[in-house]
Design a protein around this ligand. Structure first.
Ligand SMILES: Nc1ncnc2c1ncn2[C@@H]1O[C@H](COP(=O)(O)OP(=O)(O)OP(=O)(O)O)[C@@H](O)[C@H]1O
Ligand SMILES: [Mg+2]
Length: 459
């Protein structure tokens, strides 16, 4: 996704001087500017034609700026808002920030460059949140609706442009991987490789050779030189997922690469230089692990240059419905059908749930609802929630929770084998076909998974 050069900006201020100052400053960056003199005119203009950014004064006749902000927040949540505050009026600015506005400018506004920089940042965040028409898979785009997430999204938008190392922390299913991809896609490295590795699914030796590659003859079976994933990410972004699972020896090796930006392949002595942007993720509390001595403090500080926490869904309930709509649109597109509408009762139910599996669990529940619903409305009767997971899957069997979740109605409709096949297919889709990760999520061995893939003829 390329950085946007210009956008449509609506300016609302009752002072003619301020309007023309802002318009001139922004037109120099090819932004299209519409300027109005009060809040009522601002809402009228915003309802008539689309804008990317709205800059509004707070004190205006007819309708004040905070009313404009509140109204647009609900009517057009993806429009970026910037407020102009009177000198020293920080409290209103803070109130506006809590409502999710992108930023505020204190009056008198004197620097055209500051205005242009702010609008550029706002467009950057909008790009981060936008769902591009041609990429329905939300893999690299994020949906947020909760004002409490505004600082996270603003941070992601800003840090994307920098080369700083980012540490994404959060429970399973909170969106660490999609955030990592969104960071890459909105960074200057967007057209370079995004390479990911999950430290939880590989043995220590395999992980080492995957990370650093190996020279010919480095170990039995190393018939030829093989470049590792860090090298494959050169110029782009390297996503180190589940970094908390790294063993001590690999922690030390990784630290050296982060410090020296070079390494040797296994069995080699030639130094390989790399230019990668590091993004790491974990559901663990790394600082607690540092205190316990199971994670290196120096490595932690190297990774946590820009730590970002993705809160669990239960802490950002305003996200649930915007997410559910975006996920249903995504699932419908993947199924080649028009997205069904979520009725109000279902939306209320979704908001109530605690979603221990966070967005991934919400997505699975919506996928099930879409399987069970015949018409183009999803209702609360179509919602089958996963039972609280107390049981551990017997070896060789797909975890009961994953099958039960489909609910008795579906079992009655389809055989257990059908359910098992569907569960395997949806898990594979979730992890982009990564069989190891799928086996790990299903709680079965890789061998067993291959057997089942063959059994069900899943390509
Ligand atoms: N903000 C979001 N917008 C859209 N989709 C999201 C968002 N957050 C998560 N998802 C979806 O939820 C699912 C889980 O997200 P993701 O894989 O990134 O979670 P995670 O934090 O990496 O989980 P885990 O710790 O288990 O690996 C994915 O299908 C992803 O597309
Ligand atoms: Mg993940």
């Amino acid at each position: 996704m390329r950085e946007r050069r210009s956008g449509r900006v609506l300016v609302a201020d009752d002072e003619e001087g301020v309007r023309s100052f802002l318009a001139e400053s922004l037109e120099r960056d090819d932004h299209e500017v519409v300027a109005v003199a009060d809040g009522a005119a601002a809402l009228a203009a915003a309802r008539e034609e689309p804008f990317d950014v709205v800059i509004t004064d707070l004190k205006m006749p007819k309708l004040d700026g905070m009313s404009v902000v509140r109204t647009l927040r609900t009517e057009q949540p993806d429009v970026e808002l910037i407020v102009l505050t009177a000198f020293g009026d920080v409290s209103t600015a803070v109130e506006a920030m809590k409502l999710g506005v992108f930023d505020y400018l204190q009056k008198p506004v004197s620097s055209p460059a500051a205005v242009r920089e702010l609008v550029k940042g706002a467009l950057g965040r909008r790009d981060l949140l936008a769902v591009p028409a041609d990429a329905p898979a939300v893999r690299s785009t994020l949906t947020f609706g909760a004002p409490s997430m505004a600082p996270v999204v603003a941070a992601l938008a800003k840090v994307a442009k920098s080369g700083a190392t980012v540490l994404l922390q959060g429970e399973s299913g909170t969106g660490k991987e999609v955030a990592a991809r969104a960071l890459h896609d909105t960074s200057p490295r967007a057209d370079k490789p995004f390479v990911a590795i999950n430290c939880a699914v590989l043995t220590e030796h395999l992980l080492e050779s995957e990370l650093f590659g190996h020279e010919k003859g480095a170990f039995t079976g190393a018939h030829a030189q093989r470049r590792g994933r860090i090298e494959l990410a050169d110029g782009g972004t390297f996503f180190l997922d589940e970094v908390g699972e790294l063993k001590a020896s690999l922690q030390a090796k990784l630290l050296r690469v982060l410090e020296e930006r070079s390494f040797e392949r296994l069995g080699g002595s030639q130094l390989v230089e790399v230019d990668v942007r590091w993004v790491a993720a974990t559901h663990r509390d790394l600082r607690a692990m540092v205190r316990e001595g199971t994670f290196r403090e120096d490595l932690y500080h190297r990774l946590a240059v820009f730590p970002i926490r993705l809160p669990p869904l239960r802490e950002r309930r305003e996200d649930i419905v915007p997410l559910a709509r975006a996920l249903v649109a995504d699932l419908a597109h993947a199924a080649g059908r028009a997205p069904p509408r979520l009725d109000a009762a279902l939306e209320a139910r979704l908001r109530e749930e605690t979603w221990p599996g966070n967005v991934r669990e919400l997505r699975n529940a919506l996928e099930r609802a879409m399987i069970l619903a015949d018409g183009d409305v999803l209702g609360s009767e179509h919602l089958w929630l996963e039972p609280p997971s107390t049981d551990v899957a017997p070896p060789g069997e797909v975890r009961a929770g994953a099958i039960d979740a489909a609910g008795p109605a579906a079992v009655k409709g389809g055989s257990l084998a059908d359910l098992e096949r569907q569960t395997i297919e949806s898990t594979l889709r979730e992890v982009d076909g990564n069989r190891r990760a799928a086996a790990a999520k299903l709680g079965i061995g890789l061998r067993t998974l291959y057997d089942k893939l063959k059994k069900y003829g899943i390509r």
